[in-house]
Design a protein around this ligand. Structure first.
Ligand code: SF4
Ligand code: SF4
Length: 474
């Protein structure tokens, strides 16, 4: 009888698999996705490959396997959700969407670990989130996080605490950002590529309404995000400045909420949908043309809002919203982006999975770095593989996440350079923690922080509106 109840719960997954029947049919025959899968590569178990996980999903919807079964729970849980399998699939299986549904089914038949559920509760609640990130900033500002990362044992529960503290400590601004390369380039503020920000009406979208229509800059609302606003507010500030310097009008969007990515990945699809509905309403109310996102995981999730809310009363609005979501690098690449002044340094660049695989954006973030004269970009070997962070995977799967993370760390350190640049807070924290624990000297930056510094040196922010104090300390 338990199985009958389980099967009722699999209805949505079953429908999704049914819709993809054409794409799933050749699945057993190809296996092109296997070499791209980090868990299959490390564990060598077919059940930990994309193809194996799709078989498990099919077995559940066919009623041959209970969703509470260890096999289903374990192998679905071990998936990073990195979506490296998607671009390699000749049949176009939308693995990421199926995984979210499978996780939802798995969580309803067996609740996830308390730590994971607690984390999702925190991200659902504005007051709890504020408190959580306030505590993070205190640990960072007092250097308790850095001290704990240096002194705690790497074993057992203390090892998890040590990793968490190292992640928090790694969110400090790169100390050399303001000075790097000045001695190499001989550049000083305002001495290169100097110029005022583009005048209103000359930015992206200005001529899109036709020659006779009044020109108008594209109006952009920025997703401030949870981790971004909590620990990387400086990246949000830099994002606003570089977008405005490229001709966009950036407006505040009141009442926006968490994007829901962590909930969708953690098997709480209903909560993810609730958050999506809030965001669709708030960004609509702000009357924006585009939604800018500077966190790859959040952007990938928001581009899925049409799928999340399909069939409901907000389906059309969600699809329209999703069509307007852009990673900040896409918006900058559409605008050029405008060249800045030299920031002579070398950066190791690593692709976030949710930018490269989920959003299929390889060129735009590199175009952002290319707009900064003097930056030598070294794409990390294996940059297309997950860093092992994957939301809270690094904390919940310390052994496997640690194995994958150590391989990434080796590649980043081999690439060398002054800093690691990667446009996703989860990757910045995961790799940043690894660098810190390894005693490496490389800093960690978001690419827009470097572009922002380049614009500052070019004198683009001379107007009082942008302020003279710069990116701040958060
Ligand atoms: S997911 Fe795609 S690449 Fe992987 S086995 Fe199935 S059809 Fe082949
Ligand atoms: S999402 Fe990543 S870990 Fe999961 S099956 Fe695909 S490649 Fe493997």
């Amino acid at each position: 009888m338990g199985m009958a109840v389980d099967l009722l719960d699999t209805g949505t997954l079953s429908r999704a698999l049914e819709e993809q029947r054409e794409r799933l049919l050749p699945c057993v025959h190809s296996g092109f996705c296997l070499p791209a899968c980090p868990t299959y590569n490390r564990l060598g178990d077919e059940a930990d490959s994309p193809r194996g996980r799709l078989h498990l999903m099919r077995a559940v919807v066919d009623g041959r396997l209970s969703p509470a079964a260890d096999a289903f729970q374990r192998h679905i849980d071990r998936c990073l959700g990195c979506r490296a399998c998607e671009p390699t699939c000749p049949s176009g299986v939308e693995y990421g969407a199926l995984l979210e549904l499978a996780r939802d089914v798995a969580a309803r038949s067996r609740p996830p670990a308390l730590a994971a559920r607690t984390m999702l509760r925190v991200f659902s609640s504005r007051p709890l989130r504020s408190l959580f990130f306030f505590a993070g900033r205190v640990l960072r500002g007092t250097r308790i996080a850095a001290l704990g990362a240096r002194t705690l044992s790497s074993r057992g529960a203390l090892g998890s605490a040590r990793l968490g503290l190292a992640m928090v400590a790694s969110t400090v601004p790169w100390p050399k950002l303001r000075t790097v390369g000045r001695e190499r380039s001989g550049a000083s503020s305002g001495d290169a590529a100097a110029g005022a920000p583009p005048p209103a009406g000359s930015g992206p979208g200005a001529s899109s309404a036709g020659a006779d229509a009044p020109s108008r800059r594209l109006r952009v609302g920025l997703l401030v995000g949870c981790v971004q606003e909590g620990l990387y507010a400086r990246v949000n500030a830099a994002t606003r400045r570089v977008l405005e310097a490229n001709g966009y009008e950036v407006v505040g969007v009141r009442g926006q909420d968490c994007c829901g990515a962590l909930h969708a990945h953690g098997g709480e699809l209903e909560e993810a949908r609730r958050l999506a509905r809030v965001n669709v309403e708030r960004f609509e109310a702000a009357g924006v043309d585009r939604v800018a996102v500077n966190a790859a995981g959040c952007g990938a999730a928001m581009k899925e809002y049409g799928t999340w809310l399909a069939g409901g009363d907000m389906a059309e609005r969600a699809a329209a919203f999703a069509a307007g979501v852009r990673d900040v690098s896409e918006l900058l690449a559409e605008a050029g982006p405008r060249q800045g002044a030299p920031v002579a340094c070398a950066v190791a660049y690593d692709h976030p999975c949710h930018l490269l695989h989920a959003q299929r954006l390889e060129g735009p973030p590199l175009a952002v770095l290319a707009a900064i004269p003097g930056v030598e970009v070294r794409v990390v070997e294996g940059a297309d593989e997950c860093c092992g962070g994957a939301g809270i995977y690094g904390l919940t799967h310390r052994e496997l996440g640690g194995h994958i993370g150590r391989d990434k760390l080796r590649a980043v350190m081999a690439a060398g350079g002054d800093a690691l640049a990667t446009p996703n807070p989860g990757c910045m924290m995961q790799i940043g923690a690894g660098l810190r624990l390894a005693g490496a000297r490389q800093g960690v930056v978001h690419p827009v922080e470097l572009l922002d510094e380049s614009y500052r040196r070019a004198g683009y922010y001379a107007s009082p509106r942008h302020g003279a104090s710069g990116s701040g300390a958060s």
